[in-house]
Design a protein around this ligand. Structure first.
Ligand code: AMP
Ligand code: TRP
Length: 329
């Protein structure tokens, strides 16, 4: 039997090449060999204020991005999280199993708390319990994410295990799927910082997948590197060039050493030109697909079909959970 795989992404910010390489590409590669679910995490998005009038559009834009990246609705149940209420109900029941201390120690929570000057909404604290529910609800065993989400998958395992012990086994425990390379694509201007989809639209170090390719070329040509002029992978001492090597290797589906060998005698200018060409090729193909899907009526139908299947599975699971917990159904 195929293992179940799930992942989600928040409809906030502007999708970047880092999101594609770190999360979606892995999902796309694995979707056929798994029982696959992917959803737009609009409830997680609401843990910070979103302008209500813009949310629908953002969700549809993101859905079209996923499909253009290769998510195949024939292989994957693709849906919007808030359409399947069971996520909230299980999220609530899971929150009861969690200690305030373990949530307040989460790296992402601490970072967001610090950024907001110390006062945070409860939604940010209980963000991981909703995420745990997203995963446990489908008995997902494989969760492809970037490395910043590792801790959230770990707490999902802990919570699932705790519930299983307390009430009798009901959840399969998930593993994250984090690729060896590409799980943390860095900002081109500051290769010590993650490329982030909440960066401002004019950020020179972030490649947004809907960027004009002329702008992307400029960004790659201006990427911060070092003075060594050797195309060698060394994350510690050459983070900028290592980041470009990873981008090229993953877009071409080759290894790091393939790239090192091919560019053994090249200088940084020549290498950047090749990376810029490869990213341009990827983006032009992606953007053409995106436009077509975004304008098509199919988009809504795909999400509705995915929602139907997801709800069926989620309802059945929630009934099991309620029965085990002794709630009358
Ligand atoms: P986010 O952009 O935080 O909503 O994340 C969506 C998914 O993309 C998560 O699985 C992240 O771990 C992944 N991701 C986000 N930024 C990057 C990046 N710079 N490199 C690799 N993966 C990323
Ligand atoms: N928190 C994830 C992110 O920011 C999005 C997400 C929500 C998710 N629920 C999930 C990812 C369940 C994987 C599985 O990227």
């Amino acid at each position: 039997m195929k293992k179940t795989m799930i992942t989600g992404v928040q409809p906030t910010g502007n999708f970047t090449l880092g999101n594609y390489i770190g999360a979606i590409k892995n999902f796309v590669n694995l979707q056929k060999s798994h029982d696959s679910f992917i959803f737009i995490a609009d409830l997680h998005g609401l843990t910070t204020y979103q302008e209500p009038a813009k949310i629908n559009k953002t969700i549809l834009d993101l859905a079209a991005i996923y499909l253009a990246c290769g998510v195949d609705p024939k292989e994957t149940n693709f849906f919007v999280q808030s359409k399947v209420d069971e996520h909230c109900v299980l999220g609530f029941l899971i929150a009861f199993q969690c200690r305030v201390g373990e949530l307040s120690r989460m790296t992402q929570y601490k970072a967001k708390k610090e950024k907001s000057g110390g006062s945070v909404d409860l939604g940010l604290l209980i963000y991981p319990t909703l995420m745990a529910a997203d995963i446990l609800l489908y008995d997902a065993e494989v969760v492809p994410v970037g490395s910043d989400q590792r801790q959230h998958i770990e707490i999902t395992r802990d919570l699932g295990e705790r519930v299983n012990k307390k009430y009798g086994g009901m959840f399969k425990l998930p593993d994250y799927y984090i690729s060896k390379y590409g799980h943390r694509i860095m900002n081109l201007q500051n290769p010590l910082e993650k490329m982030n989809k909440s960066a401002p639209a004019d950020d020179k170090g972030t490649i947004f997948v809907l960027d004009d390719v002329k702008i992307t070329r400029k960004k790659i040509k201006a990427a911060v590197t070092d003075n060594d002029n050797k195309i060698k992978y060394d994350e510690k001492n050459k983070p900028g060039i290592s980041n470009l090597i990873i981008i090229l290797a993953i877009l071409r589906d080759v290894t790091i050493s393939d790239i090192e060998k091919e560019f053994e005698n090249s200088n940084y200018g020549e290498f950047k030109e090749v990376v810029a060409n490869e990213v341009e090729r990827f983006l032009l193909d992606f953007q053409a697909k995106y436009q077509k899907i975004r304008e098509s009526d199919e988009l809504i139908k795909i999400l509705q079909a995915g929602e139907k299947e997801a709800r069926k599975r989620a309802q059945a699971k929630l009934e099991t959970v309620k029965t085990k917990m002794g709630i009358m159904i």
